[in-house]
Design a protein around this ligand. Structure first.
Ligand code: SF4
Length: 345
């Protein structure tokens, strides 16, 4: 049941002086109008009309995505923020959310965001590894993330961290270290995006020249799964894993050359389910067993295209497994129960 709605206001590349190798925002900005305040208000009203029809929605956010919001001149930021604040003051919106670069966090920026009632600041960090940041042409180091996070905390904003996997020079170990550094920063929310190669980016040209190869899909799933476990284990809510198709549409013509899977989150969550179930089997290979999950997690337990069912059938032919839904089990947890002569254990 969807209880949280986001009204996205997409501000392409505006204000961003950088050219990260994976980003095609500049090309989009060249052919996409930056929304005016009126455009943004139309977007808000359109979304609110739909949101009102859904009585389950309890939290509504206006989110400024794309580009680097706080790199835009302060007066321009103020005009969009004033609009969002108006809807917040009218009680139609609960939170104002924005994403930006860690090196675009300054005292005047935070003062203004606080004055307009912004709530959540997400930092596009991508990696905490110096070489990965350099090869991605991020134009900042990891130290700036700690400074920015500290300042954001002092103002009482909620913090989000966005990480990427599979950038040039990246590795499983570096991704895990980035997750560990994220835990040190202690954001409330995080997102993990596997690198996607989009046509006409520097990364695309590197790929064409044979200088970059995206990691294998299942290798990426395992990396992201271990990052996800670390982050959620530390109490950080991972609000997104992988790009959605709508993100790609926003990314211009959506021409993706590699690194994208439409069900990536499910691949990661299914892998977690398989591991958790297998751990509970504790090496037992025979018997009558029930695998149970909350209805919301049932498809993850089965796996994308029944991958987990197939896996257990092939690897545990001596087990008679039934897959069951159980609303009493928390979403994201997977339980194994054995049927014995004494009953269920
Ligand atoms: S900072 Fe963000 S908007 Fe700017 S080039 Fe990099 S990814 Fe694109």
């Amino acid at each position: 049941m969807k209880t949280h709605a986001i009204i996205p206001i997409f501000i392409p590349h505006a204000g961003c002086p950088h050219d990260c190798v994976f980003c095609n925002q500049k090309a989009i900005t060249a052919r996409t109008e930056i929304p005016t305040v009126d455009d943004a208000e139309d977007t808000i009203l359109r979304h609110l009309a739909t949101i009102r029809k859904n009585p389950d929605i309890r939290t509504v956010e206006i989110a400024f995505y794309g580009g680097s919001f706080t790199a835009i001149p302060l007066e321009q930021q103020a005009s969009w923020l004033a609009l969002a604040q108006k809807y917040k003051q009218e009680g139609l919106v609960d939170k104002i959310h924005l994403s930006t670069r860690p090196d675009c966090i300054t005292q005047p920026v935070l003062e203004q965001l606080a004055a307009y009632g912004a709530d959540i600041i997400e930092l596009g960090v991508q990696s905490f590894d110096g070489e990965v940041l350099r090869r991605a042409a991020r134009g900042h180091d990891a130290a700036v993330v700690f400074r920015a996070a500290e300042m954001i905390r002092q103002y009482g904003f909620q913090l989000g961290i966005q990480l990427m996997t599979g950038l040039p020079g990246d590795s499983y170990e570096k991704c895990i270290q980035s997750a560990e550094q994220t835990i040190r920063v202690a954001p409330e929310i995080a997102r993990i995006y596997p690198t996607v190669i989009i046509r006409d980016t520097a990364l695309f040209h590197m790929y064409e020249a044979g200088q970059y190869q995206p990691p294998d899909l299942m290798e990426t799933v395992r990396t992201v799964k271990d990052m996800y476990r670390k982050l959620t284990g530390a109490g950080i809510q991972v609000i997104r894993v992988g790009l959605k198709s709508t993100d790609l549409i926003r990314n211009g013509d959506g021409t993706v050359v590699g690194g994208y899977h439409p069900a990536f989150r499910q691949l990661v969550e299914s892998e977690i389910a398989r591991e958790d179930l297998e751990t509970q089997l504790a090496g037992e290979t025979e018997g009558e067993v029930r695998f149970r999950a909350h209805p919301a997690s049932f498809s993850n337990m089965i796996g994308h295209r029944k991958k987990n069912r197939i896996y257990f059938k092939e690897h545990y032919p001596g087990l008679n497994i039934r897959y069951q839904q159980d609303p009493a089990i928390p979403p994201g947890a997977y339980h194994v129960a054995w049927l014995t002569e004494q009953g269920e254990v």
